[in-house]
Design a protein around this ligand. Structure first.
Ligand SMILES: Cc1cc2nc3c(=O)[nH]c(=O)nc-3n(C[C@H](O)[C@H](O)[C@H](O)COP(=O)(O)O)c2cc1C
Length: 172
C-alpha cells in the first residue's frame, strides 16, 4: 500500500484543520506538522505520496514553517522522482485576491523541479473570485485552494471531493 504523508504548515490553523480532515480520508496517512514534527528532508523519503499543505502569507509567500524546508529542497536538491505530490492550502480571495493561494504555485514549481510526478489534484477556478494567483496554471489551480475567510461552508465538501479525485488519479 502506498504510504501517504501529509506535510502541513499553518499559522492560523485553517490549513492544519484541512490536513486533519485529509488524514481521516486517507487510510494510514501520517500527518507531519512542519512547526512541530519536521526535522529534515529525509522525512519526505519515507512516503510514496506527499500531500503538501501550505497557507499563503505576505505577498503570495509560503507560510513561515515552510521557508527553511523549501530553501533546503532548492539547495540540497533531493530526488523526488516517482513520488506523487498534490498541494492544498488556505488563502483569502477577497482581501488578498492579488495573490490568492500563490504559495501553492511556488511549491508546485519547487517540488516538480526535483522530479515529483506532476498533475495530481488540479482544481477548477470556478467558484472562486480573485484577481491573480501563481497557483493558476493552464486555466486550473495546481492544487486545492481553501478559503475559510469567505467560503468556510464549502471547505468540507471541497476536501472530500479533492480526496476522492486524488485517490482516483493516483490509483490509491
Ligand atoms: C498579513 C497577511 C497576509 C496574507 N497574504 C495572503 C496572500 O498573499 N494570499 C492569500 O491568498 N491569502 C493571504 N492571507 C490570508 C491567509 O492565507 C488566510 O488567513 C488563511 O486562512 C491562513 O491560513 P492558515 O490558518 O492555515 O495559516 C494573508 C493574511 C494576512 C493576515
Amino acid at each position: 500500500m502506498a504510504k501517504v504523508g501529509i506535510f502541513v504548515g499553518s499559522s492560523g490553523g485553517v490549513t492544519l484543520s484541512a490536513a486533519e480532515k485529509l488524514e481521516e480520508l486517507f487510510d494510514g496517512a501520517e500527518l507531519i506538522n512542519m512547526e512541530e514534527d519536521y526535522d529534515s528532508l529525509d522525512q519526505f523519503e519515507e512516503f510514496d505520496v506527499l500531500l503538501i499543505g501550505c497557507s499563503t502569507w505576505g505577498q503570495g509567500d509560503a507560510q513561515r514553517d515552510w521557508v527553511d524546508p523549501l530553501m533546503d529542497i532548492e539547495n540540497d536538491e533531493p530526488d523526488f522522482t516517482g513520488k506523487k505530490v498534490a498541494f492544498f492550502g488556505a488563502g483569502d480571495q477577497k482581501t488578498h485576491g492579488e495573490h490568492f493561494v500563490s504559495a501553492l504555485g511556488k511549491m508546485d514549481d519547487i517540488f516538480h523541479a526535483r522530479g515529483a510526478k506532476n498533475g495530481f489534484g488540479h482544481w477548477p477556478t470556478d467558484g472562486y473570485e480573485y484577481k491573480f494567483s501563481l497557483a493558476e496554471k493552464g486555466g486550473r489551480f495546481c492544487g486545492l485552494p481553501i478559503d475559510d475567510v469567505n467560503q468556510e461552508d464549502e471547505t468540507e465538501a471541497r476536501l472530500e471531493a479533492w480526496a476522492a479525485q486524488i485517490k482516483q488519479e493516483m490509483g490509491l
